[in-house]
Structure formats: structure tokens, C-alpha cells
Design a protein around this ligand. Structure first.
Ligand code: NAP
Length: 244
């Protein structure tokens, strides 16, 4: 079975991606600081179609110095990596003038530095296999902007730049690198959103509704499929037409 690492795989978008990829036949290793009741339940259920695998390994990805050893341990346990989904992230918002420097630093550390360092270590095993898939979870705000999310948006824009250049670097080795830009999705990260702002997002969306967790998981699943073999260096927007 091909190994795929999904960071932030304990809940929200990451959990849905992990389950979907396992159902598509991958051996998924979900990574977060701790597991969750929902992930525990998913690991206990037989995978639909009985094809893939789903397990959990704990790591605080903000502790960037620990990433090399973490990857080495996983490699020893599971073997070569086929795929990586850089999904774990912080969604800290606030008017920039009111934000604390350490909150900004924490955003940049987990949302930018950590996925770049993790990719650097995981990609080495893809290079030896001369194939692989990398998906970085960005956001529509990287391109559109949203008041109260300037530092967060900067981190998500960084992932788009990272995606395009890395796609060029790894293309000759048969590795695809893409980003997915979700619109607003109802998860723990977004639960504090004001109803009025939410209604405005729905109103501005071409389809008059929000995209859902499964829509993002389906896009990631597609990017891992044979059908997406010639897609690389792109940012796939999934937002029910909010930015159309
Ligand atoms: P979420 O519900 O808050 O889940 C975040 C995941 O990341 C959890 O599994 C969490 O587990 C993990 N995580 C957080 N800090 C970590 C750390 N230091 N080390 C390892 N894992 C860590 O978020 P979500 O809404 O599913 O968002 C997932 C991704 O999609 C994020 O990158 C987010 O920016 C992006 N996104 C979300 C939306 C949206 O509307 N929800 C829209 C656009 C983009 P632990 O806390 O247990 O570590």
C-alpha cells in the first residue's frame, strides 16, 4: 500500500481527507498533537471497500526541530512515502494592529515553516521512488483578502508560491505538487465566525451556499488519483463560487 501523510488529520478537513484517501486504497498516517474521538472511531471502523489503512501518529509540528526525527521514525516504521498533505494550520484572526507578535510568529511557524521543513524531509523518499503527490492546503483568502485575516492570509499565500516553485523543482522526478484553496468551511477552526459575516459569504457565493468538508476531501482525493497525473503547480479553488 502507498503511504500518505495527512497533517492535521485528527479533525475537520484533515480527518475527512484521511478517511477519503484510506477509502481510495492508500495507507494513511494522520498526524496531529493528539487523536480525537472522531479519528479513533474512524480507525476502528473497517475502511469502506476494505482497501486502505488509517493510523495516527502524534507530533507537534510547530516544534520544527523535531520534524526530521519524526519523519525518520515514520520511514522506518512504514517505508517510503507516496504522498503528503500539508493541512495542519492555525486560523488565528484579528486586526493586525491588535495582534501580538508571538501570535503572528506562531501562525508563520505552523502554517509556513513547518510544512516546508516537513516537505523537505518527506520529499527525499519520493525522489528515490521517482513518483509522489504533494498537496498544500491554502485558502481563498490568499488571493482575495479578508479583513481580520492579514497575517493568516500571508501564510496561505506563501503556500501557493511554495507550491508553484516546488512543482517545477519536482516535476522532472515525477512528483506533482498542488494547492487546494477552500472557501469558508464549517469546522472547529471557524466556529467563532459571526452569523452576519457568514451570511455575507453565502450571499456572495455563486451557488448561494458554502462548500463543505467533503468537497475539500474530494478534491484532495482527486489530486491523488490517476486522473490528476498531469496536474501540477496549480491552486484548486473549492468555494461554491464565492470568489467567482
Ligand atoms: P481545525 O478543525 O482547526 O483542525 C486543525 C488540525 O490541525 C487538527 O487536526 C489539529 O490537531 C492540527 N494541528 C493544529 N496545531 C497543530 C500542531 N502544532 N501540530 C500538529 N497538528 C496540529 O482546522 P480546519 O478547519 O480543518 O482547517 C484545516 C486546514 O484548512 C488549515 O490549514 C486551514 O488553514 C485550512 N482552511 C480552512 C478553512 C475553513 O474554513 N475551515 C478555509 C480555508 C483553509 P491538534 O490540535 O490535536 O494538534
Amino acid at each position: 500500500m502507498l503511504n500518505v501523510l495527512v497533517t492535521g488529520g485528527s479533525r475537520g478537513l484533515g480527518l475527512a481527507m484521511a478517511v477519503k484517501l484510506a477509502e481510495s486504497g492508500f495507507n494513511v498516517i494522520a498526524v496531529a498533537r493528539k487523536s480525537s474521538a472522531a479519528l479513533d472511531a474512524a480507525m476502528q471502523r473497517p475502511i469502506e471497500g476494505n482497501v486502505g489503512g488509517l493510523s495516527f501518529r502524534a507530533c507537534d509540528l510547530a516544534a520544527v526541530d523535531e520534524i526530521p526525527n519524526f519523519v525518520k521514525t515514520l520511514r522506518g516504521e512504514f517505508g517510503r512515502f507516496h504522498g503528503l498533505v500539508n493541512n495542519a494550520g492555525l486560523g488565528t484572526g484579528g486586526l493586525l494592529a491588535n495582534m501580538k507578535d508571538d501570535a503572528i510568529e506562531a501562525l508563520i511557524r505552523l502554517n509556513v515553516l513547518s510544512p516546508i521543513v516537513l516537505t523537505r524531509h518527506v520529499v527525499r523518499s519520493m525522489m528515490t521512488g521517482r513518483e509522489g503527490r504533494i498537496v498544500n492546503i491554502s485558502s481563498v483568502v490568499a488571493a482575495t483578502g479578508y479583513s481580520g485575516l492579514s497575517a493568516y492570509s500571508a501564510t496561505k499565500a506563501a503556500l501557493c508560491g511554495f507550491t508553484r516553485s516546488l512543482a517545477r523543482e519536482l516535476g522532472p522526478l515525477g512528483v506533482t505538487v498542488n494547492a487546494v484553496a477552500p472557501g469558508f468551511i464549517d469546522t472547529e477552526m471557524t466556529e467563532g465566525m459571526e452569523q452576519a459575516r457568514l451570511a455575507q459569504i453565502v450571499r456572495r457565493s455563486a451557488l448561494g451556499r458554502l462548500a463543505e468538508i467533503d468537497d475539500i476531501a474530494n478534491m484532495v482525493d482527486f489530486l491523488f488519483s490517476e486522473k490528476a497525473r498531469n496536474i501540477t503547480g496549480t491552486v484548486m479553488t473549492v468555494d461554491a463560487g464565492n470568489t467567482a
